[in-house]
Design a binder for this molecule. Structure first.
Ligand code: GDP
Ligand code: FE
Ligand code: FE
Length: 190
């Protein structure tokens, strides 16, 4: 499928604002793919589909988690945590995506995980810094992303966790695993 076909397919499944966010993520992910030598087409597809499940029915998503034996800890966390793994399911089963790297990028775009691939890192960072994002510190993250992808991932993870703690929200175990992995690596790098 070509870009326009993917975009036409996702547009009716989300509010206008989310669609505009998705376009921003797509452009940012492609730009990062160019900088860091990643496959641009994979970055494009992963970005277009990354939030495809954001507005799916929660009961239906929880059923997918059970039927597909996804991480059972996802049950009860709501759409924010479900839409990555279920988005990967939709990408595979509805859009016929077979590249595991694209599916993983979608699957882990909210939490990150231990040992992320370059494509996973690109989508993770692009989601956070696309042009329509407006929060304190986003400009610093954008600059960092141009220079060092790993440092950008680390800064994005720390930003999200700090926000969750600040707003008294629970932290999903995979997010903590990802954080611990990044901090151990940075420590050993000195
Ligand atoms: P979006 O789908 O483009 O809005 O962005 P994400 O998929 O990255 O994140 C969706 C939401 O999940 C954001 O509001 C994050 O703050 C939130 N989120 C990310 N990690 C966690 C977590 O570990 N626990 C909780 N409760 N929320 C999280
Ligand atoms: Fe998302
Ligand atoms: Fe997103």
């Amino acid at each position: 499928m070509e870009r326009e076909e993917y975009l036409a397919a996702i547009k009716p499944r989300m509010p206008e604002k989310r669609y505009i966010h998705t376009i921003g993520v797509m452009e940012t992910a492609i730009a990062l793919a160019k900088v860091f030598g990643e496959n641009e087409k994979n970055a494009e597809i992963a970005a277009i589909l990354h939030d495809i499940a954001k507005y799916a029915d929660i009961a239906w998503m929880e059923k997918i988690v059970r039927d597909e034996k996804l991480d059972h800890r996802l049950i009860g966390w709501g759409s924010e945590l479900l839409h990555g793994p279920v988005g990967a399911y939709i990408a595979e089963h509805e859009f016929g995506i077979v590249e595991e790297d694209i599916l993983n990028a979608i699957r882990f775009h909210t939490t990150g995980r231990v040992g992320m691939s370059r494509l996973e890192k690109i989508l993770f960072v692009a989601d956070m810094i696309e042009p329509n994002r407006k929060f304190n510190g986003v400009e610093r993250l954008r600059k960092k992303a141009q220079k060092n992808l790993d440092k950008a991932v680390s800064a994005c993870v720390r930003h999200t966790l700090a926000f969750l703690i600040d707003t008294k929200q629970p932290i999903y175990p995979l997010s903590i695993d990802c954080y611990n992995d990044l901090m151990k690596r940075e420590d050993s790098e000195g």
